[in-house]
Unconditional design. Structure first.
Length: 265
C-alpha cells in the first residue's frame, strides 16, 4: 500500500479498445497501492470503465470526462477531484495522439493538433494542478513519453517524435523549477508495448496483426513486447516514496531496446 491516503488524477485513464492501455493500467495500479483515483478521459465510457474496475476491487474512484485541449475542461476535472477527495498528490499525464507522415505529407493543422494534444495537454494539467501542489508543499508528476522521444523507431512519426522529445524536456523543466516546493516530476518512455492502440494504429503497416506482434517482439532484446502493466508498475514506483530522491528522470521501460543497435545482416 505504497500510495495509501493519496489521490491520483490520471488524464487518459481509458483504453483505445478492449484490454489494457497504459493509462487504464496505471489508474488501477495506483488504486491497488491504496490511492484514491480520479480517472479522466475524453471518452465517458472509457473513464467509467476504469473507475468501475477500481470500485469492484474495493477501492475509491471517480470517473470524469474531459478534453485536455480545453483549459476549462481541465480546470473542471481538477475541481471535481478536489471536491471528491480534498486533495491531489499525483498527476499522471497519459494523453497522446499519433499522426503519421513527414513534413512533406502532414497538413499544418494536423501537426499543430499533435503538438496541442501531446504537449499542450501536459501544460494545461500542470498549470491547473501545480498551485495545489505548491500550497500543500508536495506533489508528484508522472508524464508518459515514448522511446520515440530519443530514438527513431522505424515508423513515419515526425510529429510524434517532435512532441515526445518536448515532453521529456518539459518534465525536466518541471522537476527543476519546482523542486524547492517538494514537487517531483519524472517521465516514462515506453518502448514497444502491446496495448489495444497498436492494433488500431500500427497493424495496417504489416501484413497482419500477428506479423506486427512478431516483428515488434524481435526488435526488443528481451524478445517480447512490454505490457501496460510494465509501464504502470514503473509509474507506481516513481509516484511512491521509494522514488523520493528521484526527479527529472526520463525512464525507458523498453526491454533494453534503447540500448541496442541492430546487427547488420
Amino acid at each position: 500500500m505504497r500510495l495509501k491516503e493519496r489521490v491520483a488524477i490520471v488524464f487518459g485513464a481509458g483504453s483505445a479498445g478492449a484490454g489494457w492501455g497504459n493509462g487504464k493500467a496505471a489508474a488501477v495500479a495506483y488504486a491497488r497501492e491504496g490511492a484514491r483515483v480520479v480517472a479522466v478521459d475524453l471518452s465517458k465510457a472509457a473513464a467509467e470503465e476504469t473507475a468501475e474496475i477500481i470500485k469492484r476491487e474495493g477501492n475509491a474512484a471517480l470517473a470524469v470526462t474531459a478534453d485536455t485541449t480545453d483549459l476549462k475542461a481541465v480546470e473542471a476535472a481538477v475541481a471535481a477531484a478536489i471536491d471528491a477527495f480534498g486533495q491531489i498528490d499525483i498527476l499522471h499525464n497519459n494523453v497522446g495522439v499519433v499522426v503519421h507522415g513527414g513534413p512533406d505529407q502532414l497538413d499544418e493543422a494536423d501537426f499543430l493538433r499533435n503538438m496541442d494534444v501531446n504537449v499542450g495537454s501536459l501544460f494545461r494539467t500542470a498549470k491547473v494542478v501545480l498551485p495545489h501542489f505548491m500550497a500543500q508543499r508536495h506533489g508528484v508528476i508522472i508524464n508518459i513519453s515514448s522511446l520515440a522521444a530519443i530514438r527513431f523507431i522505424g515508423y513515419p512519426y515526425f510529429a510524434y517524435y517532435t512532441a515526445k522529445a518536448a515532453v521529456n524536456q518539459a518534465t525536466v523543466a518541471l522537476a527543476l523549477q519546482y523542486a524547492s516546493h517538494n514537487i517531483r516530476a519524472n517521465c516514462i518512455m515506453p518502448g514497444l508495448i502491446d496495448t489495444p492502440l497498436i492494433y488500431n494504429q500500427i497493424a495496417s503497416q504489416y501484413g497482419s496483426a500477428a506479423e506486427m506482434v512478431a516483428a515488434r517482439a524481435r526488435a526488443v532484446p528481451l524478445g517480447r513486447m512490454g505490457t501496460a502493466w510494465d509501464v504502470a508498475n514503473a509509474a507506481v514506483f516513481l509516484a511512491s516514496d521509494d522514488a523520493g530522491f528521484i526527479t527529472g528522470v526520463c525512464l525507458p521501460v523498453d526491454g533494453g531496446h534503447s540500448c541496442a543497435v541492430p546487427r547488420p545482416e
